[in-house]
Write a protein that binds this ligand. Structure first.
Ligand code: ATP
Ligand code: MG
Ligand code: MG
Ligand code: MG
Length: 469
């Protein structure tokens, strides 16, 4: 069996053999784009290269990129633990051509890697193309020998990538793996596409046009390639698993989570162990890249992730801080590929432990309040917004933690009521301030806070240059 670490190396070696420069992963905190919450794709560090603002001494690159999708446009947080294929932190493998090879080269590289180097059977694979991209459909027939029924034409934005309202854009082609008839799910574009049977493994973006002003597209003189392959999804296939959480890396973390809590990894707490293993990776990698838990911005997203994991550990039955005790297992699995984890081990460990100590007492009290309130609810009922707000404001429960706790019992939360309770508190705070003196800077401050959201930073809503892959 090939380990996830070996699969990563095979990918990078293959592209290096084909004259790609191996570029290290960039930080999870984007260095060139303040509007982006976290690095959410391999292409983020190359944005300025694609637009032509920046030049590199190479025209082909390959990376294993650390990615977090827990906010902004790509938010997979709520899926984690519940689907077989979504993580908040994952590694996106990629190959990039900056005006070098184009569509044919990209499809050929991808096809040869997965079928020859990795030996996947052609019968398990299919591809989507953008409905108007006949060229890509023909290349799939020529290179992979696909018949028409294995090439799915999609005419939505899922298969048309754009960097922003203006800039490079173009059609995509996604490669899917079929996990077989006994897994629920339909092919891409069908009503059941959200199941786990047909899993997207690799997205190829053909940057073919430049759009400016919006709506006006001109062909790029030297079109480019940007691709992203989910390492964990691919490892699942290579390891004969249908579920990403069954791969070696995750099993090691899940076992560690079960060990430190003295529970069965596959028993009643299975979902919790999955959530904990996923959130540990996000939290540890974010802290290693300099993010610390806080009241707003990136730090608040980190806090949400950490507290969510801590609630799950609490549910498993822990009394003492526990999250940090799983960290050594992560370092064993991923420290060689990502030495920043080893360098930051003490900081990560103390940050996890400190946060769990602080949150623990409020967590107990908040959960008992939540239990009292849910006892009053009819089945499939909605938790009133003011209760969710009290949990947030007094007990430090991020809204998504409350929603996650309710979800297990089939309840939902009144988001509008929560928002209006938040707004009311904001107006009260403002009235109190205005009473303290007529100071122009205070008014400006409140306008600023209103714009950004009060104590809860609700995410970077307008990611100007969000990455689709
Ligand atoms: P999906 O449709 O499955 O949510 P996507 O189209 O949003 O995936 P891309 O933006 O194309 O994903 O990212 C490139 C690749 O990264 C995907 O083909 C997939 O293999 C992987 N990937 C995307 N999101 C996740 C995730 N949350 N966890 C693990 N792997 C992911
Ligand atoms: Mg997605
Ligand atoms: Mg997709
Ligand atoms: Mg995709």
């Amino acid at each position: 069996m090939r380990s996830t670490n070996e699969i990563r190396s095979t990918f990078l070696d293959y592209f290096q053999k084909n004259n790609h420069q191996h570029v290290p992963s960039s930080s999870l905190v984007p260095q060139n784009d303040p509007t982006l919450l976290f690095t959410n794709a391999g292409m983020v560090q190359f944005k300025n290269v694609f637009t032509g603002q920046e030049h590199r001494p190479y025209s082909r690159a390959t990376t294993a990129q650390k990615v977090v999708r827990a906010g902004g446009k790509h938010n997979d947080l709520d899926n984690v633990g519940y689907t077989a294929r979504h993580h908040t932190f994952f590694e996106m493998m990629g190959n990039f051509s900056f005006g070098d090879y184009f569509k044919e080269g990209a499809i050929e590289f991808a096809w040869n890697l997965i079928t020859k180097e990795f030996g996947l059977s052609k019968d398990k694979l299919l591809a989507t193309v953008y409905a108007e991209d006949e060229e890509a459909a023909n290349l799939w027939k020529k290179i992979a020998g696909f018949s028409d029924d294995r090439i799915i034409r999609i005419n939505t934005s899922d298969n048309f990538w754009r960097m922003g309202d203006t800039g490079p854009c173009g059609p995509c082609s996604e490669i899917f793996y079929d996990h077989g008839e006994d897994v629920f799910g339909g092919p891409p574009g069908s009503p059941d596409e959200d199941g786990d049977r047909f899993v997207e493994i690799w997205n190829l973006v053909f940057m073919q046009y430049f759009e400016d002003p919006p709506g006006t597209r001109n062909p790029l003189p030297r079109p480019s390639i940007d691709t992203g392959m989910g390492l964990e999804r691919f490892a699942a296939i290579m390891q004969g698993k249908r579920d990403n959480f069954d791969i070696d890396t995750f099993q090691a973390l899940i076992r560690a989570s079960a060990d430190v809590t003295n529970t069965d990894p596959f028993g009643a707490h299975k979902v919790s162990h999955r959530v904990v293993s996923d959130h540990l990776r996000s939290a540890a990698f974010l802290i290693a890249d300099g993010v610390l838990p806080s009241k707003d911005g990136r730090g608040y997203v980190l806090r949400r992730i950490m507290r969510r994991a801590m609630r799950h550990l609490h549910m498993i039955g822990t009394q003492e801080p526990t999250f940090y005790k799983i960290l050594p297992a992560l370092i064993t699995e991923m420290g060689t590929a990502y030495p920043e984890l080893i360098q930051a081990e003490a900081l990560i460990s103390e940050t996890l432990k400190g946060e769990e100590e602080r949150f623990k007492t409020m967590l107990d009290r908040g959960l008992s309040l939540l239990a009292d309130e849910t006892d009053k609810l009819p089945s499939k009922g909605k938790l009133p917004g003011d209760v969710a707000f009290k949990l947030y404001d007094t007990y430090g429960f991020p809204l998504d933690l409350t929603a996650d706790a309710l979800r297990e019992k089939g309840f939902t939360v009144d988001q509008e009521g929560f928002d209006s309770a938040m707004n009311e508190q904001r107006s009260r705070a403002r009235a109190a301030w205005v009473g303290s003196g007529d100071n122009a800077t205070e008014t400006v401050w409140f306008e600023f806070k209103d714009k950004l959201g009060a104590t809860e930073f609700l995410g970077y809503k307008n990611e100007s240059a969000d990455a689709e892959i």
